[in-house]
Design a protein around this ligand. Structure first.
Ligand SMILES: [Zn+2]
Length: 389
């Protein structure tokens, strides 16, 4: 029985599923289904197109009142190219820490939720608790959108969502949004000596990337600013470029990826249009040499920022349960919270582990963070109103 296991024990089992985003997460989802099965919990799955991955949405406890969603992503970032001193998918406790991919980001929260199943059901709550466990969060919060589409069809919408991303169990009320694009440049190949006959795709990419950088510098100087974020402005960044074959051929193709991480109050789209306009202005020169040349853009991912008002009653409620009076923070990394908030569900982020350890080799979580999360969830469950006798 799940209730007889500690959160660390369940976490250790979850770590053993290699749910790197490129892989299927169905074995982990089956594990969760097996955990919930003896309790007759209502489970809904939403699959990706290939039915290779699924989101799980479970409703625990009856009651027609709007529920509370406990949300976590099941996927983890790759370990490829990282220097691990232990097996990333075989958890290991050393001292007061558990090591393994996903310990911190963010299977610890999912494990804590699972160990509370019996408590939730026995508490006979008027307010149902929902588990929303998604896929493909780490590739741009992609999976959860289908889960939310299904959720929107329900007659009663949840009144709150708690995203368990690692915040060291502090309340976070806002994060930046993100727009993630790939730019593909089709140039014209020629011998490297014949510069007047070719269109160097790498050079075109370099110009656009330099433009992205100059927009970044402008924003850094002129804002808009929000001191709650670090850094306190929207950021633009290009992190991948591919192009060219050998140095004595003018490259006919180059592609690069870039992202805009926007303050919740600043739309990324005008900034993207600015980059696009700059690129379009390069086209006449390219076309003069060859009509086959061009620049195209591909959407990779995007998710909205999250900005739950500081006076939202959910913040007071969760801060009260945690016994904290500190002002809820803002973070620059993204979560599925923006999607939940956009769906009209008041959302905060609060989960075990320190974001500093996320995505790193030898990722770990302090066992005390799991204990704190256990206590928080138990207090939360107690706080949800019981059905009248
Ligand atoms: Zn995460």
């Amino acid at each position: 029985m799940i209730s007889q296991q500690t959160t660390a024990e369940v976490l250790s089992q979850l770590i053993a599923f290699d749910t790197t985003s490129r892989n299927s997460n169905l074995e982990l989802i089956d594990y969760v289904r097996e955990v919930l099965k003896p309790f007759g919990v209502d489970i809904e799955l939403t699959f990706d197109r290939d039915r290779n991955k699924a989101n799980l949405f479970a409703t625990l406890g009856g009651g027609s009142a709007p529920g509370v969603v406990l949300s976590g992503h099941t996927d983890v970032v790759p370990v490829t190219g990282q220097d691990w001193s232990l097996d990333p998918f075989q958890s290991e406790i050393r001292g007061e820490r558990m090591f393994g991919r996903g310990t911190c980001d963010m299977k610890g929260y999912i494990a804590a939720c699972l160990t509370k199943v019996e408590d939730i059901l026995e508490a006979d709550l008027a307010t149902p608790v929902h588990f929303a466990f998604s896929y493909d969060e780490e590739v741009g919060c992609v999976g959860v959108t289908d889960l939310l589409e299904e959720l929107k069809k329900k007659p009663v919408q949840p009144r709150a969502c708690i995203i368990g991303e690692p915040t060291s169990m502090k309340v976070i009320r806002a994060h930046k949004g993100m727009l993630f694009k790939r730019c593909c440049i089709h140039g014209k190949s020629a011998h490297s000596s014949l510069v007047d006959q070719g269109v160097n795709a790498i050079t075109v990419a370099a110009r656009i990337i330099a433009n992205i950088d100059s927009i970044q510098k402008r924003i850094q100087e002129e804002g808009p600013f929000d001191a709650g974020f670090n850094p306190p402005y929207t950021t633009l960044h290009s992190g991948v470029i591919r192009g060219g074959t050998v140095n004595n051929i003018i490259p006919s193709y180059c592609e690069f990826e870039f992202e805009i991480r926007n303050l919740p109050e600043q739309s990324p789209w005008p900034l993207f249009r600015e980059v696009e306009d700059f690129a379009n202005a390069l086209l006449p020169d390219m076309h003069r040499i060859s009509g086959e040349t061009g620049i195209d853009w591909h959407a990779i991912a995007d998710y909205p920022g999250m900005d739950t008002p500081v006076d939202d009653k959910l913040i007071a409620e969760i801060s009260g349960l945690l016994g904290t009076s500190s002002v809820p923070g803002k973070v620059s990394y993204g979560t599925e919270g923006g999607h939940f908030q956009s769906a009209g569900i008041p959302t905060i982020i609060c989960g075990p582990g320190n974001i500093e350890q996320a995505h790193k080799p030898d990722e770990f979580i302090d066992l005390d963070q799991l204990n704190q999360c256990d206590r928080f969830l138990s207090t939360l469950i107690e706080s949800l109103h019981k059905l009248p006798e």
